[in-house]
Design a protein around this ligand. Structure first.
Ligand code: ATP
Length: 238
């Protein structure tokens, strides 16, 4: 069976600086796959390339067997790949509901859209309680929920989350991770980029450790969680 996403020897550069130096991995439908690694390892660059925001200098990406090649970003969203970016990028002066609806901008099925807005409010009740308020009034963690809710509004086949736990309190982080777990149990396929290796590996089927633009180690989430080198480098053990 073809994997939902196949990344083969992907290389991405900013001018002369090669940030991603030939990485390969797959995401099967229904899986949660995580990319972990320190700052600057190339995780965000990878997601931005998969979304069509950056053009690779080498390698190939296939989504449902189709090469993404020079497909523009908006068409990639239409194919079913949604991206909740690092730093959230919500629109602070627009209401929470308006921000959510932006995620459905390529859809015209108004009944389906209404249902999915309700689903986002079920997943994140705080968004429903405050739907008419400006999104800028939400806390960091709540803005993260909004960014995830908005990405889900395109009914993606693959949801890419870039550092959803960044800057959050431990309680808020647990909530976000529990939501990812819930999305997983509903069958959502997720590519999760995280610096919080413990949290990400605990819920991932498969993990890849990135260092300076390369995948240096891959395994099941459980295997990596117990791997001595991972524990030393990313889980703060001596
Ligand atoms: P972080 O968690 O800090 O986002 P990351 O693993 O996502 O780390 P990237 O943001 O992909 O890493 O960065 C990979 C490398 O590319 C780094 O060396 C970074 O300095 C460089 N880089 C990122 N964005 C740019 C840019 N716009 N121009 C030049 N270099 C960049």
């Amino acid at each position: 069976m073809t994997a939902l996403l196949e990344v083969e020897d992907l290389r991405v550069a900013y001018g002369k600086i090669e940030a991603v130096k030939g990485i390969s991995f797959k995401v099967e439908a229904g899986q949660v796959v995580t990319l972990i690694g320190t700052n600057g390892a190339g995780k965000t660059t990878t997601l931005r390339t998969l979304s069509g925001l950056l053009k690779p200098i080498g390698g190939q990406v296939k989504f449902e067997g189709k090469p993404l090649g020079s497909v523009p970003a908006h068409k990639i969203v239409a194919m079913g790949l949604a991206h909740s970016p690092e730093g959230r990028h919500i629109f602070p002066r627009m209401t929470i509901e308006e921000n959510l609806l932006l995620g459905a901008y390529l859809r015209s099925d108004s009944d389906g859209i209404t249902k999915d807005v309700e689903r986002a409010y079920e997943l994140f009740p705080i968004l429903g309680e405050r739907k008419k308020q400006a999104a800028g009034t939400l806390s960091g963690g709540e803005q993260q929920m909004l960014a995830m809710g908005r990405a889900l509004m395109s009914r993606p086949k693959l949801l890419m989350l870039d550092e959803p736990s960044m800057g959050l309190s431990p309680i808020m982080m647990q909530k976000i991770m529990a939501t990812i777990q819930e999305l997983k149990s509903q069958g959502t396929t997720i590519l999760l980029v995280e610096q919080n290796a413990q949290a990400a590996l605990s819920l991932a089927d498969t993990g890849h450790v990135m260092e300076t633009g390369r995948v240096v180690l891959s395994g099941t989430g459980a295997d990596l969680l117990h791997d001595e080198s991972v524990r030393k480098a990313y889980l703060g053990e001596d």
